[in-house]
Design a binder for this molecule. Structure first.
Ligand SMILES: [Zn+2]
Length: 182
């Protein structure tokens, strides 16, 4: 499964995660869904979320259904694909891009979930795809950021499976990666 993050969505994920750091941000993913892909066109940050250091509390079902109604009426080619939230840390956490047990519990089959890991950067890094992790990462301003995408597995309710994050506008941000054809 591939999750395409388009430019608008990518910058909202970045900026909303940076804005509230070291608190957690949360919002909806809006776009279109195919058999083997999700295309995330927009991200809508939750204004109603109560943010604390360790969790975000928000009227989830209410916001979901409000947004679904809005899209049905005004943008019928889009739907709510799932949601995103950030994982802010004080330092590098190798597994910080993975969903917590609580995150997985809230996942619904058919939706997609993006996790934005964020912490203060140690050195400047060009944005790139990490094939072994199926993530994208890089630095922006003072921050290191890594994004991953997850789905509820069909057969096993207690597991989440990872999807490939494909984000053309991210790759090469802050520079040109060597492997890109000129
Ligand atoms: Zn989480």
């Amino acid at each position: 499964m591939n999750v395409y993050i388009l430019e608008n969505a990518f910058f909202t994920l970045l900026l909303s995660s940076i804005e509230v750091f070291p608190k957690e941000c949360l919002g909806l993913l809006v776009g279109s869904k195919g058999r083997d892909r999700y295309v995330v066109n927009q991200c809508v940050v939750f204004q109603t979320a109560e943010r604390t250091r360790n969790e975000v509390i928000y009227p989830r079902d209410q916001v979901y259904s409000k947004m679904q109604r809005f899209l049905k009426e005004y943008m019928p080619y889009f739907s709510v694909l799932g949601d995103f939230h950030s994982h802010p840390y004080n330092r590098l956490e190798r597994e910080g891009y993975k969903p917590s047990d609580g995150d997985i519990e809230l996942m619904e089959y058919g939706n997609v979930y993006i996790i934005v890991q964020i912490h203060k950067k140690r050195k400047r890094m060009i944005w790139n795809y990490n094939p072994s992790e199926q993530t994208i990462s890089g630095t922006i301003g003072d921050n290191f950021i890594k994004m991953s995408a997850w789905l509820r597995s069909r057969d096993n309710d207690v597991k989440a499976v990872q999807a490939n994050v494909i984000c053309r506008p991210a790759v090469g941000l802050l520079g040109i990666p060597e492997w890109l054809p000129s």
